[in-house]
Design a protein around this ligand. Structure first.
Ligand code: ADP
Ligand code: GLC
Length: 504
């Protein structure tokens, strides 16, 4: 089974969030299960710099297509490359005019979206679909697995080829975050090279705009998201983000497959980025990691301080605006906060102010840094993830492996992966962290308080740590679900049974 894995981020080369971690973890697991996997990405500067032995495959087709015209792209080609440490081949979409720019994959250095993002990511979708048509005659995918809106036009182009009578691969689209939809003015539509009929309420038109996310949900053969609970939540408002009606119509094709963890990167016994190592049998050494973290972030060296850690994008999604108003209480109870994050300027400022107000008790680092992320997940006692919504969430999974109890809101993947320290769960040994429901500050405040109470009972605390550290969220387990999905799609394609959606 040949699988083309299409994405915009890949750890450790280019990362703004968990999407990159998934790109690093899932394809090798698919390969371990026997899939012949290749990754397709734009040649963003960070990727192009690291790529080696690049060999040109082909220019992307332009000009007339059976339904009209190809997308109106500047000269763009696809090359085959390798990346250091990556065992899988990588196709790069190369287009200096589209990708050779500073900033992250989506935003310029000024924090604003690039004005031509529709074309930049249409090129990615077009490259995927044309690889599906034999752009590289040596390797033609059976399945194209697309991730997030950046890849959303791939299923639409694949469908255009199929409707024109061409043999086409099956498509799977994974939603990592429905809140980011890739919405563009209707004026870009003629440049995208899609059949005119696609700009329709039954296609990718969304309240007069072009929606890459809607295109993918409409045209993919299967839709997945990254946890079972989020798969249910997006079927209604508010998590449905205006697409819940369409998702309900396609619910028979939608499923939730929980993400995994790359334990080669995230294990307290071996993590390369960690100065102090420990594991279940040397758990006492976690206190050294705590001391190192306190030193690094300018916190008072108190072994008995309950240290709360945050490693996060600072956006509304993450619910962290609830935290600054609770700082006085947290510090007064003897707690400390170690935070690493960047994003919303007002939130950044609120945490910087808290660090000034509570010197030695609140340590804040604004920015992005992998080593500090490990230092916090290892050195903190509790990892805070009070998200308003969370499709999967990875930091709570890292916390579990590091004996750092997750304190989370009961949403999405957080609800699926953390078991609350209720008396019953403590009694039967299933508890792994603290879970609250309320979206205001009260639920978080009570959960913080419960963490302080359990912390005063070291034996029970250690039992909860051990339970979490023993759990495994293996990529192989997730990959098995995807492989079964690919196989059922191909079996359907061979038997001529259409697996795609028919509107009734
Ligand atoms: P999301 O993808 O919504 O940001 P996830 O929990 O899935 O949330 O993944 C976040 C990933 O990004 C984790 O690997 C986390 O360690 C990392 N991360 C987030 N913020 C930072 C930061 N400021 N510095 C380093 N790593 C970060
Ligand atoms: C998104 C989600 C996050 C998820 C990640 C990887 O960024 O916000 O919850 O863990 O994708 O799937």
């Amino acid at each position: 089974m040949k699988v083309l894995y299409v994405c915009a981020e890949l750890f450790p080369f280019l990362k703004t969030g968990g999407l990159a971690d998934v790109g690093a973890g899932l394809p090798p697991a698919l390969r371990a299960l026997g899939c012949d996997v290749r990754i397709l990405m734009p040649a963003f500067p960070a990727i192009a710099r690291a790529a080696a032995s690049t060999r040109l495959v082909s220019l992307l087709p332009d000009g007339p297509m059976p339904w009209g015209r190809a997308p109106a792209l500047p000269a763009t080609d696809v090359a085959l490359a390798t990346l250091p440490g990556l065992a899988l081949p990588l196709y790069l979409v190369q287009s200096p005019a589209l990708y050779e720019r500073p900033g992250n994959p989506y935003l310029g250095p000024d924090g604003k979206e690039w004005g031509d993002n529709a074309l930049r990511f249409a090129a990615l979708g077009w490259a995927a679909a044309t690889l599906g048509q034999g752009l590289d005659p040596d390797w033609v995918p059976d399945v194209i697995h697309c991730h997030d809106w950046h890849t959303g036009l791939a299923p639409a182009y694949v469908r255009a080829f199929a409707d024109a009578g061409r043999a086409a691969p099956s498509t799977v689209f994974t939603i990592h975050n429905l809140a980011y939809q890739g919405l563009f003015p209707a004026a870009v539509f003629p440049q995208l090279g899609l059949p005119a009929a696609c700009f329709d309420v039954d296609g990718l038109e969304f309240f007069g705009q072009v929606s890459f996310m809607k295109a993918a949900i409409t045209y993919a053969d299967r839709i997945t998201t990254v946890s079972p609970t989020y798969a249910r939540e997006i079927l209604s408002e508010p998590q449905g983000c205006g697409l819940d009606g369409l998702l309900r119509q396609r619910a028979n094709l939608l499923s939730g497959v929980l993400n995994g963890v790359d334990y080669q990167v995230w294990s307290p016994a071996t993590a390369v980025l960690l100065a102090t190592h420990y594991d279940l049998d040397t758990l006492a050494n976690k206190s050294l990691a705590k001391r190192a973290l306190q030193t690094e972030l300018g916190l008072e060296q108190r072994a008995n301080a309950l240290v709360f850690g945050v490693v996060s994008r600072l956006t509304e999604q993450k619910g962290l605006h609830l935290l600054p108003p609770l700082m006085a209480e947290l510090v007064q109870r003897g707690g400390q906060l170690a935070l690493l994050g960047q994003g919303d300027a007002a939130l950044e400022q609120a945490f910087v102010d808290a660090a000034i107000q509570y010197p030695g008790q609140v340590g804040v680092r604004i920015g992005y840094d992998e080593a500090t992320a490990h230092a916090i997940v290892a050195g903190a006692d509790v990892i805070l993830v009070p998200s308003a919504f969370e499709p999967c969430g990875l930091t709570q999974l890292y916390g579990l492996r590091y004996g750092t109890l997750p304190l989370v809101r009961r949403v999405g993947g957080l609800a699926d992966t953390v078991v609350d320290c209720t008396l019953e769960n403590l009694d039967d040994g299933s508890a792994t962290g603290f879970v609250f429901d309320d979206s205001g500050g009260q639920g978080l405040s009570s959960a913080l308080r419960r963490a302080f109470v359990l912390f005063r009972r070291p034996d029970e605390w250690a039992a909860v740590q051990r339970r979490g550290m023993g759990l495994r969220f293996d990529w192989l387990a997730s990959a098995r679900h995807y492989v079964a999905m690919y196989q059922s799609l191909r079996a359907g394609a061979k038997s001529g049974v259409s697996t795609s959606f028919r509107r009734v």
